[in-house]
Every structure is written in C-alpha cells, then in structure tokens.
Write a protein that binds this ligand. Structure first.
Ligand SMILES: C[S@@+](CC[C@H](N)C(=O)[O-])C[C@H]1O[C@@H](n2cnc3c(N)ncnc32)[C@H](O)[C@@H]1O
Length: 227
C-alpha cells in the first residue's frame, strides 16, 4: 500500500466536507444525510449537482467555482483520487462543494426523492462487457430517476465511442429529451456554443487529458430523463 494513499485517507477523515457513509447505514437505507443534504450538509436551499465517478473532482470543483449559487458533490469510491479535489476545495476556500465516498450503485440510498438537480458523468468506465454497469444503462437511469428533480439534466462527457453510442441509443429508445450532442466537442461544436457553456465544457479532467494526448475525440451530450 502506497504511503501517501494511507496519509490521504487519514487526512480525508478530518475534512468537514467529505462524507464517507457506513455500509450498514446504506444497507438499512438509513444514511443520516439522505433527504437532508440541503439542511444538514450545505445548509442552504440551492440546487445540488452531482459528479458521478468524479475521480479527482475537476468538474465538481470547476463548476463550484463558476456557480457559487449552486451546490456540488463529487462522488467516487476511490478516496485517494477524491482527496485531490477535496484538498483543492479547502485550500481555495470553495465552500459550495463536497465529496461523497461511496459506490454509485447505492445512489438511491444516499439521496431522497427530488434532492438532485443535475448529474455529470465524466469519463465513466465504458464497461465493455457489462451493459448493466454502464452509468447510462436503464438500471442506473432508474436509480437517478428516484433522486432527481423532474426535468433534471444528465451530462455525459466521454472519450468512449462505445459508451457514447450506447447512450445515444438509450436516449433514442426511451425518447429522452436530448438538447445537445456532439461526437467531437473540441472540433467545430465548441465554437458554436455560448461563452458560459463553452467555458464549462472546456474543464479538463485527469482522464480527459490522457485521452486527448492520445488524439481521441471527446464526445458530449446532455439529456433529460424525466418528461
Ligand atoms: C475513468 S475514471 C474517471 C475519473 C474522472 N471523472 C476523470 O475524468 O478524470 C472513472 C472513475 O469512476 C469511479 N467509479 C467507477 N465505478 C464506480 C462506482 N460503481 N462507484 C463509484 N465510483 C466508481 C472510479 O473510481 C474512477 O475514479
């Protein structure tokens, strides 16, 4: 075990804006913050936006800086990765972002109905062999539906042709309202976007930088899973 990982996990335990729910609470559907993120964590009524599989949390932190009128939560199972985002938020005094260390599979046990306004999926694992595990599969979308406000947006930014094509198929089959999609975000697409949208879609994650160096095209779409 790398020494710095152990040190990062220990430091994470001291961070006030990092939540690491107990598995027994998840299993009993009794996570104390479920349905109470506004009142007991953010202590305001602003919309909550989650980045699922946040890694180092570039989107959660980048969006939090740009939108102080909203709350952001990075969710990932890997503590040493989210440590980076959590540490940056502390160092820079960004107080509208938190981190939740858990499996995304348990998301419906972590948030109450209508508690989440938007979801960002950033460079999620395409799960080549396990369709059910893809973060835009019907199984995951059914979980998101339980926690999202009607009309809530799901954003997918990915390097993966397979995950992107699969997601477009889901959008088509389920007739989700897709307001924008591109197979080559940094080609023509970004030049035609308004300045705010271009700025947020230009946030680069750790994995994204690696894929860009390999010459991959970045794909993006946003869609609503409710009518
Ligand atoms: C390919 S990385 C992308 C990380 C980051 N979004 C980026 O773009 O740099 C996928 C991340 O999703 C997390 N992840 C994958 N499946 C997960 C699950 N079921 N629950 C929680 N986190 C998961 C991994 O730990 C990893 O940090």
């Amino acid at each position: 075990m790398a020494k710095n990982k152990i040190a990062q996990w220990a430091e994470m335990d001291t961070f006030p804006h990092v939540v690491q729910p107990k598995m027994e609470d998840i299993m009993k559907d009794s996570v104390p913050l479920k349905g109470r993120w506004h009142a007991n964590f953010f202590k305001n009524d602003k919309p909550i936006i989650v980045e699922l599989g946040c890694g180092k949390g570039e989107y959660a932190v980048g969006l939090a800086k740009k939108y102080p009128d909203k709350n952001f939560l990075g969710v990932d199972i890997k503590g040493h990765r989210m440590w980076r985002g959590a540490k940056t938020a502390l160092e820079e005094g960004i107080n509208n972002v938190g981190f939740l260390r858990t499996r995304i599979d348990f998301i419906e046990h972590l948030f109450g109905p209508n508690e989440v306004s938007e979801i960002w999926l950033t460079f999620s694992d395409p799960q080549r062999k396990k369709e059910r595990k893809r973060l835009t599969s019907p199984l995951f979308i059914s979980r998101y539906r339980k926690i999202m406000k009607p009309g809530g947006l799901v954003h997918l930014k990915t390097d993966s042709d397979l995950l992107f094509e699969y997601t477009l198929e889901q959008i088509n089959d389920e007739q989700y309202n897709c307001s924008f999609s591109t197979w080559d975000l940094y080609g023509e697409a970004i030049k035609n976007l308004d300045a705010d949208t271009a700025e947020i879609l230009n946030i680069r994650t750790y994995y994204e930088e690696m894929w860009l160096e390999l010459g991959k095209h970045i794909k993006y779409c946003k869609f609503q899973i409710h009518e």
